[in-house]
Write a protein that binds this ligand. Structure first.
Ligand SMILES: Nc1ncnc2c1ncn2[C@@H]1O[C@H](COP(=O)(O)OP(=O)(O)OP(=O)(O)O)[C@@H](O)[C@H]1O
Ligand SMILES: [Mg+2]
Length: 265
């Protein structure tokens, strides 16, 4: 662990007013293949490139000043929400120009710490119960360059907790400090949590799993959330397109022909 001053020298921009945050605390993540963080482990892959495209679109929307807090959800469990959150947070934080916070709002089955091989610490559940201040439990995840508010301990009353007024307080304490806030949510159809969370997000990005999520489930999810809140759908796990894409554009991925990044978009 090191203090914020080290962070400022070695990496990207720290959150605004970072003195108020404990974000100087750094946790070292272990990124394994099963973490599925392709943006970090395989930055020249078609999958990583798809996240660059998503980042570009979000930055365009974000530059209007109307988009900062983005809820990631999906119709059903295991569609890939947390995977998309990890990759998107890493993409948005790349280059260190923007401060990015990932909030794990799945209080039923928190998995982000385990996925990153981080020991658990208090998080959103404890913030909502009022036992900790959200600004005191945010930590920077190295080497990914973004900040994590984990779910904390799992709770049987998770849905009730997310419906309390405390959530508004947590979000208002955190929002001024970051350029982007990504909220990893439970699925929409089995639980009310995501619907509660949409109120605190500027927009919602839906994740659908290729060859798994049926059209009716997407339609029902959009009807529950409200069409005006949904800014797009990420199709996770499109393998056939990846194969043809990488064959056709193989030369672009060779080390001799490095690709330009869209850092300024
Ligand atoms: N594109 C993919 N290809 C193969 N496996 C994937 C892909 N995306 C995610 N997975 C795997 O599917 C499982 C579920 O992914 P993830 O945890 O991201 O989904 P989730 O929607 O967040 O799930 P939950 O609803 O439980 O929160 C994980 O084991 C993950 O590694
Ligand atoms: Mg998840």
């Amino acid at each position: 662990m090191s203090r914020l001053v080290d962070l400022m020298q070695s990496s990207g921009r720290p959150p605004a007013d970072s003195d108020e945050l404990s974000a100087g605390t750094v946790e070292n993540a272990e990124i394994l293949p099963e973490t599925r963080l392709v943006f970090h482990t395989d930055p020249r892959s078609p999958g990583a490139d798809r996240y660059r495209l998503l980042r570009m679109r979000l930055r365009e929307l974000g530059s209007s000043g109307k988009l900062k807090t983005l809820l990631i959800t999906s119709p059903l469990p295991h569609d890939g929400k947390s995977t998309v959150c990890l990759n998107l947070a890493t993409a948005l934080a790349e280059g260190g120009k923007k401060s990015v916070l990932l909030i794990e709002a799945d209080l039923h089955q928190p998995i982000l710490n385990a996925r990153l091989r981080l020991k658990p610490w208090a998080g959103l559940a404890e913030c909502l119960e009022g036992t900790v201040d959200p600004r005191s439990v945010i930590r920077r995840v190295h080497p990914l360059n973004w900040y994590l508010l984990p779910a904390g301990g799992s709770r049987v009353n998770a849905s009730e907790l997310l419906q309390t007024a405390a959530l508004a307080g947590v979000m208002s304490k955190l929002t001024p400090h970051f350029d982007w806030i990504i909220v990893d949510s439970p699925p929409v159809l089995p639980l009310s949590d995501a619907t509660s969370l949409t109120r605190y997000a500027d927009a919602t990005l839906l994740v659908a799993r290729a060859d798994q999520t049926v059209r009716e489930a997407i339609d029902e999810t959009i009807a529950i959330i409200g069409r005006q809140r949904v800014i797009g759908i990420v199709l996770n796990g499109v393998t056939s397109f990846d194969r043809s894409y990488s064959k056709r554009y193989q030369s672009y991925y060779s080390p001799k022909a490095p690709r330009s990044e869209d850092e300024n978009t």
